[in-house]
Design a protein around this ligand. Structure first.
Ligand code: NAP
Length: 278
């Protein structure tokens, strides 16, 4: 017998694909739109942007140009630090949707827990946007466990994902454990450590063993840790190389070699980041 569906039990409009396309610093509008179109036509179905990247219109152009239906694309953007007051969250998100040329986004993140971010005030606006159907899910970014606890207490809607820097040089064990113990998905930014993973001998060895690129090794390692990765790639070759990581399976020996890397490097550490990173 079929179970009656309620809004709570209805399936989410679009699952979050485990590999997406990042777009930070993809600033030339034509190049940005072209890389988004290329990725979507290659099979990517997850695109990440942010108000501060200044490329939401170009990302929207790329989605519109691709031979892929909008509803098949998981689209995420982020509210910038200066827009964290309740009414600014609402108006800036409406502007984002306008620039992106879409009626709603699949995921809207608080970009950083900083400036005038306040769990109750900021997240009540996210809940309102969700009630209005302008966003499907609430996300946060650059949150530490204590920020996540406060956010989850502040709002009845689930916090769907925490987007943080994570790669073999910053394995984020504590946040991975937190994600495993809750329903908060981990989305990994700078999954190639902004190019640094290419020069790590342990990663080079695994890449050579499988006859693949170092980028693919880093992305496969993240996938096998249960982390969604959003590498930024501009050129078709990079977009394709990263996509090919979905076909790479690392064995236990490979994973142990990467887990054993004795070098820690955080790539993104602005002055307004959480104090605990110092
Ligand atoms: P990344 O994805 O780790 O690295 C991007 C760099 O790697 C670019 O220079 C790119 O070159 C190059 N690259 C891509 N694929 C490659 C491949 N297969 N082989 C060799 N080089 C390759 O760094 P990221 O841009 O910092 O992070 C990814 C995304 O995460 C961002 O674009 C953004 O969407 C998001 N992000 C979010 C936050 C946040 O605070 N929430 C912070 C940082 C990033 P080309 O561009 O020339 O292809």
């Amino acid at each position: 017998m079929a179970t009656e569906q309620t809004p709570e039990s209805a399936p989410l409009a679009q699952e979050m694909p485990t590999l997406g396309l990042g777009t930070w610093q993809n600033e030339d509008p034509q190049q940005c739109a072209e890389s988004v179109r290329t990725a979507l036509e290659m099979g990517y179905r997850h695109v990440d942007t942010a108000q501060i990247y200044g490329n939401e219109a170009a990302v929207g152009d790329g989605i519109a140009a691709a031979d892929v239906d909008r509803e098949d694309v998981f689209l995420a953007t982020k509210v910038w630090n200066t827009n964290h007051a309740h009414d600014d969250v609402i108006s800036s998100t409406e502007e984002s949707l306008d620039k992106l040329g879409v009626d709603s986004v699949d995921l809207l993140y608080v970009h950083w827990p900083s400036a005038n971010y306040d769990p109750e005030d900021t997240l009540s606006a996210f809940a309102e946007l969700k009630d209005r159907g302008l966003i499907d899910r609430i996300g946060v970014s650059n949150f530490e466990p204590h920020h996540l606890d406060a956010a989850r207490d502040a709002v009845d809607d689930p916090i769907f994902a925490n987007q943080v820097e994570i790669h073999p040089l910053l394995p984020q064990e504590e946040l991975r454990e937190y994600a495993e113990g809750t329903d908060v998905e981990l989305v990994g930014y700078s999954p190639l450590a902004r190019g640094q993973v290419l020069d790590v001998p342990e990663i080079q060895d695994v890449a050579e063993k499988h006859d693949v690129s170092e980028a693919q090794v880093s992305l496969a390692w993240l996938r096998q840790k249960g982390v969604t990765a959003i590498p930024k790639a501009t050129s078709r070759d990079h977009v394709a190389d990263n996509w090919a990581s979905l076909g790479l399976e690392l064995d236990d020996e490979d994973v142990a070699a990467i887990d054993g890397i004795d070098r820690t490097e955080r790539q993104v550490n602005p002055g307004f980041g959480p104090d605990s990173w110092d």
